[in-house]
Design a protein around this ligand. Sequence first.
Ligand SMILES: Nc1ncnc2c1ncn2[C@@H]1O[C@H](COP(=O)(O)OP(=O)(O)O)[C@@H](O)[C@H]1O
Ligand SMILES: [Mg+2]
Length: 412
Amino acid sequence: MEYTLMHKNVAVAVLEIFEDTGTILKTLELMRPEHLPLGIRLTPQGKPETKAINDWWSDRAIPSTRQGLRDFLELLHIFSTAELLPKCFGLSLSDQYWVRPSNKPLEWRDVNFFENEFSEDVGNALFGRAADGELDLMSPDNTSDGWLKKKWVVADGKRLLIKGGSPILYQEPLNEVIASAIMRRLGIAHAPYTLTWDASPSALETYKMPLSACEDFITPQTDLVSAWHIRETGKKPGHISEYQHFLARCDALSIPGARESLDRMLAVDYLIVNADRHYNNFGAVRDAETLEWLGLAPIFDCGTSLWYDAVVGAIRPRAEQKSKPFRGKHGEQIELVTDIAWLDFPALRGIDEEYSEILRQSPYIEDNRRDVRCIALRERVAMLERFALPRAAAVSEPEPESDDEDDWEPEL
Ligand SMILES: Nc1ncnc2c1ncn2[C@@H]1O[C@H](COP(=O)(O)OP(=O)(O)O)[C@@H](O)[C@H]1O
Ligand SMILES: [Mg+2]
């Protein structure tokens, strides 16, 4: 069936979509190439590459890694989540793209989820709760990314993304809250998360589930563009690093303040030992109408951090920790930070106590698990301070203390 790919009110291209699978078969006409999703290459005939536009489109669907996906597919009697995309016109709460059936004269103002109501049926089904009768599929949850269970809700007129955690500790929502506190204290642009609790846990669950809630930082006027699509706007030359390539792409697109924003993100990720800052967990924001870049997005998705899946004995803050996206180890990735003088260490005093108060609320995290994480966070702050001090003073001093992992023992 024929659809028009829309960018808010701009008709970008005419597509043929096979609705049974949600696949884009071809582009019939391209009207506004500058409004195509970022990074989609054109064929020599001037049409978007079918694979590229399909990769972008299928990436909009709920990913195959989403927790509980099998149950969700069974519940909806569908084979793949891409089938759901045309059912909500591909609308999202993270950008302004959508597809308009050629036989329906729809307007953006009447269908977008920023200003119109939407169904919670899909979100509830993703959390394992089926509504009675036929589900209303008009939902931004059909286009949400990421592996954790999540759903969009409207509260006091605001769009909030509600996210769960992973078994057995369900620590991610609590980590989102402490990461927000760290960034608030340091004056870093971030999406603030609060803690909430699943109001209707299933009878099979012993405790209520902790959830994080975060307001939509995208408005009807803006698009979130993932770092992945920014990275893909050019081929990385072999002689430059991932980091240099990403910065070069940001420069080429004239994204303001990218280096400064990355300095902040890498410092926070070092502190919280973020294990999952892949290229879809950061990005940039642009004006959806003028296409002007506003800067990197406020930092979001910091939950997969702070030993969220570790047993107590494996929590060794001084040991080398895996990192993404530019280098494989946090000890090396932090070296990419070009300026750290902005980091106000006194503002982080007592952050371990604040973390303790947050973790204490969860019945899934027993005292010893809580204590070792808080002590380890304090140690990460001390390590970053040792890294930063000689740089801030612009003198090279020997490392004041050994970072030997065996030196560290939590005093529980
Ligand atoms: N506050 C927000 N406003 C707008 N879009 C968001 C917001 N938070 C997340 N997103 C979008 O939703 C996607 C999934 O959210 P994320 O927090 O990364 O989930 P997960 O922890 O499962 O990876 C993100 O990659 C981003 O595109
Ligand atoms: Mg994510």
